[in-house]
Design a protein around this ligand. Sequence first.
Ligand SMILES: [Zn+2]
Length: 145
Amino acid sequence: MMAKQIMGLWQFECDAVLTRSLFAAAAEVGARCDCAPCRNFRALGPHAFSAPARAILEALGIDPTQASELYPTGVSQAGIVPHAGFFHFVGGSLEGDRESSTEADGFRYFITTHAARVSKTFAPHPVLQLEFETSLPWVLDEPCL
Ligand SMILES: [Zn+2]
């Protein structure tokens, strides 16, 4: 059931219960890419994001291990690599700032109706996209690029 949600600079409706069940039913919502950044992200598992970032994702029903898109945006510094990417969740009726992002403990994000690369799992439903930028630990023994 859609419920009103106020988060960051946005107000929207979302169905966290349905989103959670879609993530659970689909073994692989995220791109199962074999590149080093995706393998590093999978190695991090649920610990990729800080607790405040996980709280944001979990409030929307998003499985934090299943990003639809993920890529490094900069150079590694002391084992930390800046990344960007996005998740999808069931939602609509988005209102609020369309230009800005907001930040929680190093997790910068915004919510948009412009959804790209929506998986088959979500395709039958109205979706919103949460785009993020954050730094991730690099745990592989190989370089990120
Ligand atoms: Zn990849």
